[in-house]
Design a protein around this ligand. Structure first.
Ligand SMILES: CC(=O)SCCNC(=O)CCNC(=O)[C@H](O)C(C)(C)COP(=O)(O)OP(=O)(O)OC[C@H]1O[C@@H](n2cnc3c(N)ncnc32)[C@H](O)[C@@H]1OP(=O)(O)O
Length: 213
């Protein structure tokens, strides 16, 4: 099914918050100058992820970043609805409108804190540009877009994890390795069990016993 057959698409977030981002205030340099509003070609568009992007190759793009698995349309729409309801996921894509295909993506996730006066931190996740479009500033464009969005949404900082070879790429956009504070540590769970929701306010969710002591 072609993406154009989808009558009513939902956006993950309100696209108006992408307007007039201050690209001039970013440490990144663009030559020629481009921005989310003016990505350099009339057939390039930067916008929030939409439900119809399942049919525009969104998951295929992500598979150039890491293993995606066999995600069905129902799974995609379910995850989309969860992200949209949370209001904390800003999956942002670049579309080639000539082919109606997604050619780039980056995600800003908001992490709500108690510290720093109940502040919000941004996390940069899942950055990818289709391999046939690389080397044309689109990687920088999508990362700067979500980084400026984080600033607009009031984040006090934005953080990312990346392979060593991408450090120069992110440095060129203003990200820095902070001395004494630049390590990533992980525990990997080889066989993740079925997720159990920790939200036990809904009647249908499993409830956790309350310790009366
Ligand atoms: C937080 C995360 O998600 S980390 C995961 C990042 N994603 C991946 O590794 C997926 C596979 N790679 C890609 O999709 C792309 O190569 C990207 C997104 C990293 C870069 O996209 P591109 O569109 O090629 O980047 P763009 O053309 O904007 O390049 C910007 C600058 O970074 C440099 N650069 C781009 N890729 C790399 C790289 N792999 N290694 C070193 N430098 C790089 C370019 O030379 C360019 O330098 P310049 O500004 O001095 O000319």
């Amino acid at each position: 099914m072609g993406a154009s057959n989808i009558e009513q698409e939902l956006s993950l977030y309100n696209s108006s918050i992408l307007a007039n981002l201050n690209f001039a205030g970013s440490p990144a340099t663009f030559n020629p100058s481009i921005s989310a509003d003016n990505p350099g070609e009339p057939w390039l568009k930067v916008r929030p992820l939409q439900t119809g992007d399942f049919h525009r190759g969104f998951l295929q793009i992500l598979s150039q970043l890491t293993a995606v698995g066999n995600v069905s349309l129902a799974q995609f729409l379910n995850r989309f609805a969860q992200m949209r309801a949370s209001g904390d996921y800003f999956v942002t894509v670049i579309v080639d409108t000539r082919s109606d295909k997604i050619i780039g993506s980056a995600t800003l996730v908001l992490e709500h804190k108690f510290i720093h006066g109940c502040s919000v931190r941004g996390r940069l996740e899942d950055v990818v540009v289709d391999d046939t479009y690389r080397g044309k500033q689109l990687g920088k464009l999508i990362v700067v877009t979500v980084s400026l969005l984080a600033q607009r949404l009031g984040c006090y900082k934005m953080s990312l994890d990346c392979k060593d070879k991408l450090i120069p790429f992110y440095k060129s956009i203003g990200y820095v390795l902070e001395p004494g504070n630049s390590n990533t540590m992980n525990i990997r769970y080889e066989q993740p069990s079925a997720a159990v929701s920790a939200n036990h306010t809904s009647g249908s969710e499993p409830t956790l016993p309350i310790d009366p002591s």
